[in-house]
Write a protein that binds this ligand. Sequence first.
Ligand code: ATP
Length: 226
Amino acid sequence: MNSTLVFGGTFDPVHRGHIESVCAVARLLGDVDVYLVPCQIPAHRPVPAASPEARLKMLQLAVANQDRIFVDDCELRREGTSYTVDTLLGYRQRVGESGRLLFLMGRDSWVTLSSWHRWEALTDLAHLLILERPGTDQDSPDVLRKWLKTRQVQDPEEMMNSSSGKVCFLSLDQIDVSASGLREAIAKGSSIEGNVNPLVMNYIRQHNLYTGASLENKVRGKRMEH
Ligand code: ATP
């Protein structure tokens, strides 16, 4: 049976850490369709610097040549705050009750999980895969450690005979790139070559994204609250 892997984020901008990580996970899982889902209004962080349309376009450029990696704008089409639980409900309907559904996130997202909307329902809908990430060695908070007790597996292979319900930490090659680091580098006029797809790089240049002026406007913008 094939799997469906959902990877959500702000992708502001999409970078090597996202694409190489998701490709490595896809190789590990084998027969899998991958969906990259940019959020509209993130629940737990400032409003993205680039518009939803620009973030969507950059994602499309980044995966243009990738087989079985798709960009899904479902959260951009939904009004208001983007909740992962709503997205996974939609995917569960698509793949059916017995379809294998996985949601991928980095450890920095994992450690905040207990503040996500209806977070405990996430494993009713999907398996969770957590990527270790450079600079994020924070332990799981107590509430998540307790929650993991009945859910954690050591190998994604152990997720292969069920449609949802398990959590697995993956120690793949870690890629030391973050979107915030890239935005800062662009604002300072430093090169980000090698860390984003060349087509994405051109798009950023053509649309003058993440330059000092545009970042300043964002800093003045209000922070979105959950
Ligand atoms: P920012 O620096 O603005 O926080 P980001 O680089 O974390 O952005 P997001 O779009 O917020 O990018 O991340 C989407 C998902 O991808 C999150 O679950 C995040 O943990 C994960 N992720 C991002 N970069 C990496 C990376 N280099 N390695 C592993 N996971 C990553």
